[in-house]
Design a protein around this ligand. Structure first.
Ligand code: 6PG
Length: 256
């Protein structure tokens, strides 16, 4: 794995998807172990999409993953599709099936959204209330998640903060409903302030279909994509990418 400084944070370039999953898993467990040692718990917001499963496999099968204090971790989701919880499209549903349900942790540590398929606006308000109560926040305060996982789409979106969508300009809410034109569907998503309040943000990006946008996101001064708005105020930003996603980066290691 090659680590290089980028416009915002650091990028770890992994030779293939298996190393990507392993390195992400290691970094995630390091954060969990350190945070639990310090505070007795760890708050995590998982990502949706297809990429996280390669990390989950390493978390579930590696010695370091098996030793992690998962029973001290609280799992949230950084964005959710407005589908029923048992839909194959559900981000929290996939996280349960691929990872969380195999950890044998208290149900009280799982914090999904509710009713998102019936009432996106109400579900966003309810999730905000859940988060506010969990973190003991006053109106106007943002939660400080210990770690937020993100993926990035080929259009440079992250969470459900899609280009030209209303949620991009939200500066006060913790969570909002967001209509995504390209999918003609509603999503629930963390807002930029919520993500940028985190102690750790970990992106996981794989595949050459994202290489052109990723190169701009990581190396350009011109802000053109939602993912470029992820700049933790007082937190660590790490990009875990594979060589195919890094293909168009000027500074990426060659495929030696
Ligand atoms: C979602 C995700 C989304 C995802 C990216 C990357 O609901 O789809 O939260 O932000 O992380 O679209 O998805 P892949 O990992 O499938 O490429």
């Amino acid at each position: 794995m090659d680590t290089l400084a980028v416009k915002r944070g650091v990028a770890h370039v992994c030779k293939d998807s298996d190393e990507l999953g392993l390195q992400c898993a290691r970094a995630f467990v390091d954060i969990v172990v350190e945070t639990v040692a310090k505070t007795g718990q760890c708050t995590v917001a998982l990502s949706g999409g297809r990429t996280p499963h390669i990390m989950y496999e390493h978390l579930l099968t590696s010695d370091f993953g098996k030793r992690a204090p998962w029973d001290k971790v609280h799992f949230f989701v950084g964005d959710e599709r407005c589908v029923p919880p048992d839909s194959p499209e559900s981000n929290f549903g996939n996280a349960r099936e691929q990872f969380v349900n195999r950890l044998n942790i208290p149900a009280s540590h799982l914090h999904p959204t509710y009713n998102q398929d019936k009432d996106p606006a109400g579900a966003a308000l309810a999730y905000e209330k859940t988060i506010r109560q969990f973190f003991g926040l006053k109106e106007g305060e943002f939660p400080r998640f210990d770690v937020i996982h993100l993926g990035m789409g080929p259009d440079g979106h992250c969470a459900s903060l899609f280009p030209e969508s209303k949620a991009l300009t939200e500066g006060k809410r913790i969570v909002v409903e967001n209509y995504v034109e390209k999918f003609s569907s509603w999503r629930i998503t963390f807002t930029f302030p919520t993500i940028n309040h985190a102690s750790n943000v970990m992106f996981m990006v794989q595949g050459e279909d994202k290489s052109e946008v990723l190169a701009e996101v990581l190396e350009s001064d011109v802000i053109s994509y939602p993912a470029q708005h992820i700049v933790p105020e007082d937190g660590k930003l790490q990009w875990f990418i594979d060589r195919s996603a890094a293909r168009d980066m000027c500074k990426a290691p060659t495929n030696r």
